[in-house]
Design a protein around this ligand. Sequence first.
Ligand code: CTP
Ligand code: CA
Length: 224
Amino acid sequence: AAFGPASRPLAGKHVLVTAGPTREPIDPVRFLSNHSSGKQGYAIAGALAALGARVTLVSGPTALAPPPGVDRVDVETALEMEAACNAALPCDVAVCVAAVADWRVAAAGQKLKKQDGEMPSLTLIENPDILAGLAQRQTGRPQLVIGFAAETHEVLDYAVAKRARKGCDWIVANDVTGEAMGGARNQVHLVTATGVESWPELPKADVAARLALRIAENLTGSPN
Ligand code: CTP
Ligand code: CA
């Protein structure tokens, strides 16, 4: 059985994973971004590939190499990430792990210059919500759409509300006050239609393996 179909329960399935930060230009030499390392998203992409899935990893700038068997598409901005996700469809499952910048800058075409002590002000424009867009597609909606929720307080309340607002099937919620962002371990809660399951603090690779198995179970209807 170790080498039977049960070891590759996601064979024939296409999974889209977003990971990493996005980078929003302020001018040709500066950008807005965040502390996402991409580690959790890359680990999930690798775990899904290890279960036999074809994985498209749409990634913002990270220091990581793509896991074996994963097709990576490199992007910088949220708008590029959205376009790359749409270009990767159709897929059976979407896992949005990226820390997409909520706003982009009404960017200047030329480098901003200091001017006699005057501060430049940045005009921010809200970025599209890639997860909500995938979850609310009228046609070709992935069978299973999963989001992450990084919160610093009231983690579960916000995660439950976020799941409803975005229309996704599952939310993986984590508290990012500690070491989660950029760190090696993660303590998460899986929020589904049927309730909340709190997992122990685990290495990110173990969170990924566990989530990949749950995804396989959900798609095939049997525990793997
Ligand atoms: N997300 C996305 N596109 C965005 C913003 C977020 O796809 N423009 C996805 C993230 O990849 C994650 C989920 O939405 O899976 C939740 O992201 P989060 O930042 O926690 O939620 P927001 O809706 O942006 O709310 P806020 O940052 O205000 O908590
Ligand atoms: Ca956000």
